[in-house]
Design a binder for this molecule. Structure first.
Ligand code: AMP
Length: 426
């Protein structure tokens, strides 16, 4: 099935062909015709599924095909949880809409000066991509005109609720026209997200794209057990020195550990940068640009900061601190294996955390291979617990398995000289 069969016409079709999008993804096949027909949508899908194009293409197509009501406010509003994701979505809008005449888009995110955003809001705009807090600030000063709004998109709605944006979202939506189209995208549509969906949508079509976001993407998933923090740090050093490593995102649990790990890796001679929520927007944008330009080899990031990062050169993701939730794991590993390339995702875990592996495997339906780096094997054996009911996948190798984890420990994985992290053990 082609984009044209889904109802996408010129000029977006030519842009997609030029970008090499030969075939729509599953979520695009299901969502685009329904959105073009004007239906409200509840879509469970993940990063990497092609969800941005699934809502942006039909929204742009409708913009191009109809003149819209009088006024200068946005005709399409996208709410996103983080600044990075909002900027990514805006970039996608500009990219997919590059053939449209006079398409005006605007990103309204926190951490950036108000002045320019205020000036931009005085001019006509077609698409606004915003994080809820900053949009609400502008709305309370009467700067946003929603009288023309036709389509409201909630991207990663579950994450917005996790981040405490429920009241903001409701306040924003209350000021949008009742006859708008609402497209809601979320990894899950259960619980509070489902309740919000029922309040915001009218007779929605539900689209469930199986919770296997990494299917299709060629990502090798590996688990390395570590005896203690010092061992974990040596494993990280070995992985980063592997010849196949191009660029890597290393995930840490907190802003503080992100900074600490970044300092440690810099001391060990890596070209490394940190990315977390306490950084000013300008600094975050520059950090990401340096990663994109290939100046930074290793980005140490928190979960929230790394959402939406789409850099084709990221060959590896390393979970230095294991993700808290299976869903975070999926978002993390989705930073690699992008733009049709393959990727490697390595999770470092203490033996006491091994129950988390089964949760992740059950969620993704995919096995994670337990492996070792020769010379850096864990001293303690880590037998796998019996699979809990509901789990279907099986790992391909047992703990202490064979082979190399896509990383050879070449180039001296004997630690970081004096620069080792606290040897706290567990
Ligand atoms: P998303 O899930 O929106 O973050 O998209 C994941 C990645 O897939 C992005 O790099 C998109 O540019 C790319 N992409 C989206 N749709 C297609 C498609 N139909 N064919 C090829 N690549 C796509």
């Amino acid at each position: 099935m082609s984009f044209s069969e889904l109802g996408i016409g010129s000029p977006m079709l030519d842009t997609l062909v030029a970008a090499g999008y030969t075939e729509p993804t599953a979520v695009q096949k299901a969502a685009i015709p329904a959105a073009l027909a004007g239906a409200d949508l509840l879509v469970s899908s993940h990063t990497g599924s092609g969800k941005t194009a699934a809502f942006m293409l039909p929204s742009l197509q409708r913009l191009a095909g109809t003149p819209g009501r009088a006024g200068r406010g946005p005709r399409v509003l996208v709410l996103a949880p983080t600044r990075e994701l909002a900027m990514q979505v805006n970039k996608a809008a500009l990219s997919y809409g590059q053939g449209l005449r006079r398409l005006h888009t605007l990103t309204l995110v926190g951490g950036t000066p108000y002045g320019q955003q205020i000036r931009m809001l005085e001019r006509p705009v077609d698409v606004v991509v915003a994080t809820p807090g900053r949009l609400l600030d502008h709305m309370s000063s009467g700067r946003v005109d929603f009288s023309r709004l036709e389509t409201l998109v909630l991207d990663e709605a579950d994450r917005m609720l996790d981040m405490g944006f429920l009241a903001d979202i409701e306040a924003i939506v209350a000021q949008t026209p009742a006859d708008r189209q609402t497209l809601m995208f979320s990894a899950t549509l259960d619980g509070v997200v489902g309740q919000l969906a029922r309040r915001l949508t009218r007779d929605p079509r539900r689209i469930d794209i199986a919770a296997t976001p990494t299917r299709g993407a060629d990502i090798e998933q590996i688990l390395l057990f570590a005896d203690d923090m010092a061992h974990k740090t040596r494993l990280l050093d070995a992985l980063l020195r592997d010849a196949e490593m191009q660029q890597c995102v290393v995930f840490a649990a907190t802003k503080r550990s992100t900074e600490e790990l970044c300092g440690l890796l810099a001391d060990s001679g890596f070209s490394v940068a940190a990315l977390h929520g306490d950084m000013q927007q300008g600094q975050r944008t520059r950090t990401l640009q340096r990663l994109r330009d290939g100046h930074t080899q290793v980005l140490v990031a928190t979960d929230v900061a790394a959402r939406g990062i789409d850099v084709a050169g990221i060959s590896h993701v390393i979970n230095f601190d294991a993700p808290r939730q299976a869903e975070d794991y999926v978002h993390r590993i989705g930073r690699t294996g992008r733009a049709g390339r393959s990727g490697v995702a390595v999770t470092l875990m203490g033996h006491h955390e091994r129950h988390r592996v089964l949760d992740i495997e059950r969620y993704t339906g995919q096995p994670i291979r337990v492996d070792v780096i020769p010379g850096l094997e864990p001293v303690r054996r880590a037998p796998r617990p019996a699979a809990k009911p509901g789990y279907r996948g099986r790992p391909s190798a047992a703990a202490g398995g064979r082979g190399r984890p896509g990383a050879g420990g070449r180039g001296g994985h004997g630690g970081h000289g004096g620069a080792q992290r606290r040897n706290t053990g567990w």
